[in-house]
Design a protein around this ligand. Structure first.
Ligand SMILES: *[C@@H]1O[C@H](CO)[C@@H](O)[C@H](O)[C@H]1NC(C)=O
Ligand SMILES: *[C@@H]1O[C@H](CO)[C@@H](O)[C@H](O)[C@H]1NC(C)=O
Ligand SMILES: *[C@@H]1O[C@H](CO)[C@@H](O)[C@H](O)[C@H]1NC(C)=O
Ligand SMILES: *[C@@H]1O[C@H](CO)[C@@H](O)[C@H](O)[C@H]1NC(C)=O
Ligand SMILES: *[C@@H]1O[C@H](CO)[C@@H](O)[C@H](O)[C@H]1NC(C)=O
Ligand SMILES: *[C@@H]1O[C@H](CO)[C@@H](O)[C@H](O)[C@H]1NC(C)=O
Ligand SMILES: *[C@@H]1O[C@H](CO)[C@@H](O)[C@H](O)[C@H]1NC(C)=O
Ligand SMILES: *[C@@H]1O[C@H](CO)[C@@H](O)[C@H](O)[C@H]1NC(C)=O
Ligand SMILES: *[C@@H]1O[C@H](CO)[C@@H](O)[C@H](O)[C@H]1NC(C)=O
Ligand SMILES: *[C@@H]1O[C@H](CO)[C@@H](O)[C@H](O)[C@H]1NC(C)=O
Ligand SMILES: *[C@@H]1O[C@H](CO)[C@@H](O)[C@H](O)[C@H]1NC(C)=O
Ligand SMILES: *[C@@H]1O[C@H](CO)[C@@H](O)[C@H](O)[C@H]1NC(C)=O
Length: 554
């Protein structure tokens, strides 16, 4: 089914003088050899169905811009307009046809200081965008890194219209093709194959990682998935359903964004911030917060600055409650604390249908660019779930093939994520455990979920959210980032290569989220189902004052 093997033939290259070691000791190029190999490799690679455009040496400190990237891709944390490259790499750009009417653009960033490891990055949302910040980050950590455009350019779904091959790339083929080709380029470049293979992605990138675990268990040894957007059709439906709850800005119960931010947000904290015994704007375990907005209702008509109407309070209540129709579970609640996130205020609660849902219904489900997505209802939601093209829902519970070859799956989820509810990670985890009949300790052997308190979608937030999941403007992720106690990438490497599983990860909140300004808060995050618990006496900004407790009610 998923057969689209991309066989690769590398033109005869004489790398023998460059090969310093076997599979276990990474190749160390002499400086001049790295440079000359980099300049010549583009013309020497011969890859079926591919066109190699360029190979360029990019030295540490280069301020790289991406003028060829679709303008809709620009995103300060993932695909910035420019970034200062933290380590020397050989940057190779190519295109690979995946069918007669589809193909990917991809890049490989091969570090001078190679550890022998390979890594694929992922994508986000509907994109369409090589995540350069991730590529810069993991190549600086010593991984031969690949990234693709996921089969189309930019964040619009219009390329899916009447072209199921582009859709197929988006669902699974782009990543897999990038991995197959990227591993061969890595081998050709360094003269020996990679030792271990990794994946790092968040959101749609999380879904892509789970797709690899489910259907391409050979691709990776260690897979890091953040805020995974699997159960894709459900998520897309959920965005449409949320709009049904918020209504348009002219609806009677509509809650304006500034009310969410300035009235509801503070009231949530008032009720729930100190459940964990620390007043720090971090609700350590939001599952304990049963927020009730009724105290905000005023007798008059509501002024949207200190009080709201009963109808608005009803909207708030529905957003913060799991949604059922009869006995049928329709949607996880918005987690209290998530209402103030950029995703809630920018995407979810705006009084318009979230862009992911809009693109998907227009270009995939209804195939009608002029569709009025505000009119969607249960019949459309059902149609979407039944369509599930190429199994994009990515919800297969049998990942035994991945486990049996020693694969490790490291999931992480911000506990105040508004876009992909943290509950989703638990739902999939439970599905795997039920499908394979595994106890929690058996799951622990190969699959763990890190619960990051005070983190929004993939990064940012009031909590100690930086766990080494990306670069975030840091231009020198060298030594400090190599500590597996606080870096999920290196923790996963240690798990895969030394068998030491991570029990906690020390998260960091930098002052103004700027590494060079120093640390504001550190907290050791726990793995599901453990809950981080304050000792009641110590400095709450220090990790020693907290411990992971197993609790029955989470
Ligand atoms: C890729 O596909 C395009 C369009 O079908 C074609 O023109 C091009 O020659 C193909 N490239 C390779 C390397 O096969
Ligand atoms: C990198 O280049 C861009 C565009 O030319 C510029 O806006 C940015 O300030 C530069 N960054 C640094 C750190 O110099
Ligand atoms: C997609 O972007 C790449 C650069 O990343 C560019 O070379 C290619 O032409 C673009 N494709 C289309 C269809 O615009
Ligand atoms: C190259 O592309 C063609 C057309 O899509 C396909 O039939 C063929 O299998 C591809 N070749 C390889 C080696 O992937
Ligand atoms: C090369 O990588 C190793 C292992 O990751 C690291 O210890 C060393 O500091 C790196 N060297 C340079 C020059 O970056
Ligand atoms: C897509 O296909 C449908 C019928 O299958 C057709 O009506 C429509 O015009 C096509 N749209 C585009 C943009 O090709
Ligand atoms: C929400 O759904 C109900 C029931 O299908 C419908 O009557 C109502 O018009 C919808 N509201 C919005 C804002 O879509
Ligand atoms: C409060 O916001 C709602 C929804 O936008 C609006 O209908 C209402 O007029 C506002 N009330 C005041 C007093 O501004
Ligand atoms: C919303 O997502 C959940 C999974 O989190 C799913 O069970 C539910 O069916 C979805 N709702 C709709 C309307 O599809
Ligand atoms: C989490 O999902 C389950 C369905 O698997 C649902 O019963 C529960 O209410 C959801 N919890 C939250 C907090 O949304
Ligand atoms: C989706 O997955 C199911 C079960 O794993 C499989 O039977 C089915 O063929 C797949 N469908 C597609 C379109 O890939
Ligand atoms: C952090 O940001 C705030 C608000 O932008 C600013 O007032 C403050 O000076 C910054 N702190 C530092 C140490 O730069």
């Amino acid at each position: 089914m998923f057969s689209q093997p991309v066989a690769l033939v590398v033109a005869t290259l004489s790398f023998s003088s460059l090969v310093a070691g076997g599979l276990t000791s990474p190749v160390k190029f002499r400086r001049a050899d790295f440079d000359s190999t980099c300049s010549s490799i583009a013309s020497q690679l011969s890859i079926p169905n591919a066109t190699v455009f360029s190979s360029n040496l990019v030295t540490k400190g280069t301020n790289l811009t991406f003028p060829e990237q679709d303008p809709s891709c620009v995103n300060p944390t993932i695909s910035p307009t420019s970034l200062v490259v933290p380590a020397d790499v050989c940057r190779i750009a190519l295109a690979v046809n995946t069918s007669e009417r589809s193909g990917i653009h991809m890049e490989t960033w091969l570090p001078r200081n190679w550890t022998g490891r390979f890594l694929s990055t992922g994508n986000g949302g509907i994109g369409g965008c090589i995540q350069y910040a991730d590529m810069a980050y993991t190549s600086a950590l010593g991984f031969a890194t690949v990234g693709t455009n996921n089969g189309h350019n930019g964040t619009s779904g219009r390329f899916f219209l009447n072209n199921s091959d582009v859709l197929e790339d988006f669902v699974f083929r782009a990543i897999h093709t990038g991995v197959v080709v990227g591993k061969d380029i890595t081998k050709a470049f360094y003269g020996s194959a990679h030792t271990k293979s990794y994946y790092l992605g968040c959101s749609t990138g999380g879904r892509q990682g789970l797709k690899s675990v489910q259907d391409f268990p050979e691709d990776f040894d260690g897979v890091m998935v953040g805020a995974a957007g699997n159960q894709w059709a459900n998520l897309i439906d959920n965005f449409s359903h949320i709009f049904n709850v918020t209504g348009s800005p002219d609806a009677v119960g509509f809650v304006p964004l500034e009310v969410w931010k300035n009235v509801v947000g503070p009231d949530v904290l008032k009720q729930c911030d100190t459940i964990d015994k620390v007043e720090d704007e971090i609700i350590e375990d939001p599952s304990l917060c049963n927020y009730d907005p009724s105290g905000l209702v005023c007798s008059g008509s509501g002024d949207n600055s200190s009080c709201i109407t009963a109808e608005q309070a009803e909207t708030v209540k529905r957003i913060f409650s799991p949604f059922f129709i009869g006995n049928e579970f329709i949607q996880s609640r918005l987690t209290p604390g998530a209402e103030s996130s950029p995703e809630a205020l920018g995407v979810l609660l705006t009084g318009d249908v979230a862009t992911f849902s809009t693109e998907w219904f227009k270009f995939v489900v209804n195939k009608d660019p002029n569709l009025d997505v505000k009119t969607l209802g249960p019949a459309d939601w059902q149609k979407n779930i039944e369509l599930d093209p190429f199994n994009i829902s990515t919800f297969s519970g049998d990942i035994s093939a991945f486990r049996d070859r020693g694969g490790k799956l490291f999931a992480y989820h911000g506990q105040i994520d508004a876009l992909t509810p943290p509950n989703n990670s638990v739902i999939y985890y439970n599905h795997v455990s039920d499908t394979l009949g595994l106890s929690r300790s058996q799951m622990d052997d190969f699959y763990r979920i890190l619960r990051i308190s005070g983190m929004f979608h993939c990064s940012q937030g009031p909590g100690a959210w930086n766990v080494g999941q990306g670069l975030f403007g840091d231009t020198s992720p060298g030594s400090d980032y190599l500590d597996p106690e606080k870096n999920i990438v290196m923790a996963t490497v240690r798990w895969v290569e030394e068998g030491t599983a991570p029990d906690t990860i020390l998260g960091t909140k930098f002052v103004n989220d700027t590494n060079s300004l120093g640390v504001e808060l550190s907290r050791r995050h726990c793995m599901y189902p453990f809950r981080n618990t304050y000792d009641g006496v110590g400095d709450s900004t220090k990790p020693e004052s907290w411990s992971c407790q197993l609790v029955s009610d989470s």
